[in-house]
Design a protein around this ligand. Structure first.
Ligand SMILES: Cc1cc2nc3c(=O)[nH]c(=O)nc-3n(C[C@H](O)[C@H](O)[C@H](O)COP(=O)(O)OP(=O)(O)OC[C@H]3O[C@@H](n4cnc5c(N)ncnc54)[C@H](O)[C@@H]3O)c2cc1C
Length: 446
């Protein structure tokens, strides 16, 4: 359950409907290392040129746009620490200072502030939030910088430019061959997690046969387990330990009914305090490209936008489709656009729109921190449950998943390392000697 990538295949095309970028292209990032080891890094295509268009129908000078975008990014990626402020408040205040410094040059002011607004909208995608004023300025105080794309303190250029776009479906294929497939039970929807109990399971058939020849199977011969997972199909699976990796969205929706007995109050409060965001991706397939052949990304700039007004407004949802990427190689097409200046843009051949919020197995995208919520709440979410019935059967229910990693939430590597962390926890519990993984050492840094 720890690495589940979402993709959609149609003919020769394969598009990532979920995770797409590697945030932090360095040896410190285990996902990057996995890709490298699998030889998949060589398959990452060139990104192509960036183009910026305004809603007035003209192309914006790319040098100016990149300069303004970089300036906006260095402000918005500020790492606050115990400020108690919102990102929106900070961003509006600091960008206004830069806009004011342009004094009489009204055109430049307009372009500058609309590009700052674009940076704000891109940030909403990164965070999964709908309003910069809801996001805590202290969101990244514990965050680990794994490379360029997470260099919050002043990355020079577009963040997405330096994040590698990879094909996570290829990575999935490469990982799954290494899994012991016969131990994976697929398509089992868990409806209850009973813990702190005594659940029996009959010994395997051959053991029963053996004991039938010696003595009758007694209660003692049946194994006792503290946890029992009940699946939607009625199947029951007993265990000493269970690592729960369902999304924060699913925990918010089901935690109160999923666990028997109920989760402790502090765990429920942690689930409540953390926010689970949402974004959508829309894939448009065209018979033929109508954009310039060297273009890889297209950003739309709305001249009436300001950094202070960045939020998603349902009535104006189109304005929040601010960024389009041309999927490469060419047969993997995605694109759309309103203000590119063509009057003859063809109808797309097919459209695919993600619906993460209504997907019952995720219910959103990834976690974020609102104003006043400290990242340490994620540590509370990560704490294993302590049973009262069996003091010697500790760590019955453990928690992993991106929302349990205050150092890397919202990322694939965060999810992966949270799994390593819980595996280490169990290994330590059984006093096995294992080499510390990067997750353990990363957690010690903060
Ligand atoms: C649109 C989108 C874009 C993203 N882009 C990026 C990106 O570019 N780069 C990046 O690093 N990260 C990105 N992310 C974030 C990244 O995908 C997540 O952080 C990561 O996948 C979280 O992994 P997880 O194991 O915590 O949870 P999940 O991947 O949500 O896995 C939870 C699993 O639990 C299963 N489940 C839920 N309920 C039940 C149940 N009742 N019974 C049984 N199983 C259940 C689900 O089916 C799922 O398989 C993106 C996410 C989204 C949605």
């Amino acid at each position: 359950m720890l690495l589940s990538f979402s993709y959609y295949v149609k003919g020769n095309a394969c598009v990532d409907t979920g995770a797409e970028y590697i945030h932090g292209a360095s040896e410190e990032n285990p996902v990057y290392c996995l890709l490298k080891k699998s030889g998949l890094l060589n398959q990452i295509p060139e990104m192509g040129e960036e183009a910026f268009y305004s809603n007035k129908g003209h192309k914006v000078d790319a040098n100016f746009a990149r300069y303004a975008y970089g300036a906006g990014e260095s402000i918005i990626r500020y790492r606050g620490s115990n400020t108690g402020k919102s990102l929106g408040e900070h961003y509006a205040e600091k960008t206004q200072g830069m806009i004011d410094s342009l004094q009489e040059d009204n055109d430049k002011r307009t372009r500058m502030q609309s590009i700052f607004a674009l940076v704000g909208k891109d940030m909403l995608i990164d965070v999964g939030a709908s309003d910069l004023h809801r996001i805590s300025l202290d969101s990244w105080q514990y965050y680990i910088n794994m490379g360029d794309s997470l260099n919050i303190a002043g990355y020079d250029g577009l963040r997405r430019r330096s994040a590698f776009i990879c094909n996570y479906c290829s990575l999935n294929d490469s990982i799954s061959v290494k899994c012991y497939v016969y131990r994976l039970l697929l398509k089992r929807e868990v409806s209850k997690i009973k813990w702190d109990g005594s659940f029996c399971v009959a010994p395997p058939h051959d053991e029963l046969l053996l004991s039938a020849h010696t003595e009758s199977p007694s209660e003692e011969k049946l194994c006792q387990y503290p946890v029992c997972i009940v699946c939607e199909n009625g199947e029951e699976i007993v265990a000493d330990h269970v690592i729960v990796t369902i999304s924060l969205g699913c925990l918010k929706a089901h935690a109160s009914s999923l666990f028997i007995p109920s989760l402790p109050t502090e765990k429920m409060e942690a689930i409540d305090k953390l926010c689970f965001g949402n974004i959508a991706k829309i894939f448009l397939e065209y018979e033929e490209a109508f954009w310039e052949s060297d273009v890889g990304t297209i950003s739309l700039i709305y001249e009436d936008d300001t950094p202070a007004s960045v939020s998603t407004n349902k009535m104006q949802w189109l304005k929040n489709m601010q960024y389009f990427s041309v999927l490469r190689p060419k047969e993997r097409l995605m694109f759309s656009k309103k203000c590119i200046g063509h009057s003859n843009i063809p109808q797309p051949k097919s459209i695919l729109c993600t619906k993460w919020r209504s997907n019952k197995f995720i219910k959103g995208t990834y976690a974020f921190l609102t104003v006043g919520v400290d990242g340490k709440v994620m540590d509370t979410l990560a704490q294993p449950l302590v049973g009262s019935q069996h003091p010697n059967k500790d760590h019955q229910v453990l928690f992993a998943g991106e929302a349990t990693m205050k150092t890397l939430y919202g990322t694939v590597q965060g999810a992966l390392l949270s799994g390593h962390r819980e595996a280490d926890r169990l290994a330590a519990h059984y006093k096995k000697t294992v080499a510390p993984t990067s997750a353990t050492s990363l957690d010690k840094q903060v």
